[in-house]
Design a binder for this molecule. Sequence first.
Ligand code: MLT
Length: 394
Amino acid sequence: MVKINDNYNKLAGSYLFSTIAQKVNAYTSAHPDTNIIRLGIGDVTRPLPQAVTDALHAAVDEMADEKTFRGYAPDRGYGFLRRAVCENDYRQRGCDIDEDEIFISDGAKPDSGNIQEIFSADASVAVCDPVYPVYVDSNVMAGRRISYLACTAENGFVPQIPDEAYDIIYLCSPNNPTGTALTRDELQKWVDYAAQNSSVIIFDAAYEAYIREDDVPHSIYECSGARECAIELHSFSKNAGFTGLRLGYTVVPKDLVREGVSLNSLWARRHATKYNGAPYIVQRAGEAVYSPEGKKQVAALVDYYMDNACYILSGLTKAGYKAFGGVNSPYVWMAVPDGMTSWEFFDRLIEEAGVVGTPGSGFGACGEGYFRLTAFGSRENTREAVDRIVRMGA
Ligand code: MLT
């Protein structure tokens, strides 16, 4: 009889956002008249920017014409998109990254789950606690040992450099779920740690577009030495609204070498074997994000969500809650009232205010006692949700 991958038995019963969706569906079936506002999963609600939809339409027309039809995309993604990424996200910021170090994909979530495959099964892994669950679950599936770096209000939700040497460290900044961000100096310390210990940092920059403060780096490659020790993940979901289109990219610098092997070649081999490329029309849509109109429209989208973040943060603070994040990030992380667990607060919020958020304990033990609200709702819903929470009282 075939044996299953027993590591799957070590996972929580279901993925955090699936559990929440099940709970909300059960609640709405039992209370069909309640007007529920969802500020739980970080899924966007605004339509795609006009520059993006124009590019999609034009690309669809190309696919309908024999002369311009395209089949499989190149393994690492089309040159037009890798050039746009390289120029806008790296060279213009003074980061030394080449086009052939960029791998176009269907998003940062799959890449963050898949990247661990290029490391040995016994590599030690450190993640922040609380943490985006994909980093943990994908390593549990592979049977790895995971250590947790506590991020609490006491340390400003900043992971402290550990005494032990870990092989792989996942960092996400601006952070999901706490909404806080590492400064350039704080990130440089991690790069120095990785260099000293021959570790590899997997840096998730999915929320980079939300950075407002000058001392917060947009890329880990702003830190010196990062080309030798860091992989970076990017998403088009949170800035340009691609959650339903799917597009992202991963940067693996050629200077990143372990045991004499280039991780860029390993990831290229994995990508070519297991992935057939983001659709041509979606890559053209991604290119449009970097056009002059695309940049303006994406900036307006990000501003729209940041206005929500600001409303959430100030509303919660006025209502007497301790709240964090929301300054360089679309997430606000709040402390739940004393004596309640995160899941108890989840139940109270849906019952008394008709608002759905994400219980902090779903992101790890240090998330207990906290709750996450996202700024990705519509302006009207976000204001209504915050006003209801304020009326409910702390
Ligand atoms: C979240 O709510 O944490 C995000 O939507 C997750 C994701 O981007 O996969």
